[in-house]
Design a protein around this ligand. Structure first.
Ligand code: DC
Length: 242
């Protein structure tokens, strides 16, 4: 069932490839609407980190799934904690990005994280970002956005971000790694990264963060109006002209 359920806590699902800026956009949209925010990628990263720390090989689907099922995570005031330790930076390290992409391809790991993700859906609403938010986790999301940009643009953004932090960065290496991760996230058998409906696509190549945020907010307002007019039996199409 993919249609938004009347009365359900609204979800805005923002999916997209690596370094598409979906985390930044999702957080700002959540802030603007006063909604909760779920960074689903963090759960895969936390699973990878916890597995590596426990000496569980990332290729061992059953054992990694049991790590995922009993992950001692907490998100106090926006921090990301694993067993009480702030691991916000540790989960962004390159080896963990790589390991997260491997563990995310195991169906058993995805199953183990499903209910945990859905538990974030609380009033007044949720903005979630990831790869399968609109297709698997919240198929009844009131708005689904597929945020993308060319690999070159995304690599350049990541490069500037690292340089800005004074960290070593090589544009060609970043571009190569990003393409590898795109291929793995899109090519896996279960819950692959996919654009969904054509109208969901939002190409951010020539847009600023502020422009993308306002487009998402506008799409949300339209989606809510269409949903409300459908509920009251009105003609949904006419409200799009407002
Ligand atoms: O969004 P991110 O880069 O933090 O995600 C880390 C990894 O987890 C990435 O390889 C894709 C995977 N992932 C996923 O498979 N499904 C999600 N909903 C979120 C992330």
């Amino acid at each position: 069932m993919n249609a938004p359920v009347p009365g359900a806590v609204p979800v805005i699902a923002i999916d997209g490839p690596t370094a598409s800026g979906k985390g930044t956009i999702a957080q700002r949209v959540a802030l603007a609407l006063g909604f909760h925010y779920l960074d689903s990628g963090a759960l895969y990263r936390l699973t990878a980190l916890a597995a590596l720390r426990a000496g569980v090989p990332t290729g061992d689907a059953a054992r990694v799934a049991s790590v995922a099922a009993s992950l001692p995570v907490a998100f106090p005031e926006g921090r990301i904690e694993l067993a009480g330790e702030d691991v916000g930076d540790a989960i962004r390290a390159e080896p963990i990005s790589e390991a997260a992409s491997i563990v995310a391809a195991h169906p058993a790991v995805r199953d183990a994280l499903l209910d945990r993700q859905r538990a974030f859906r609380e009033p007044p609403g949720l903005v979630s970002d990831g790869r399968d938010m609109g297709s698997v986790v919240f198929p009844d999301a009131v708005l689904k956005v597929f945020l993308t940009a060319t690999a070159e643009t995304r690599a350049e953004r990541r490069y500037k971000q690292l340089m800005g932090k004074g960290l070593p960065a090589n544009l060609q290496t970043i571009l190569h790694d990003l393409r590898m991760r795109d291929a793995r996230d899109s090519g896996r058998a279960v819950a692959p990264l996919q654009a969904g409906a054509p109208e969901a696509v939002l190409d951010s190549d020539d847009l600023t963060i502020e422009q993308v945020v306002s487009i998402v907010l506008e799409r949300y307002r339209i989606a809510v109006r269409v949903q409300a007019s459908g509920r009251s039996g009105g003609a949904g199409g006419s409200t799009l002209q407002d």
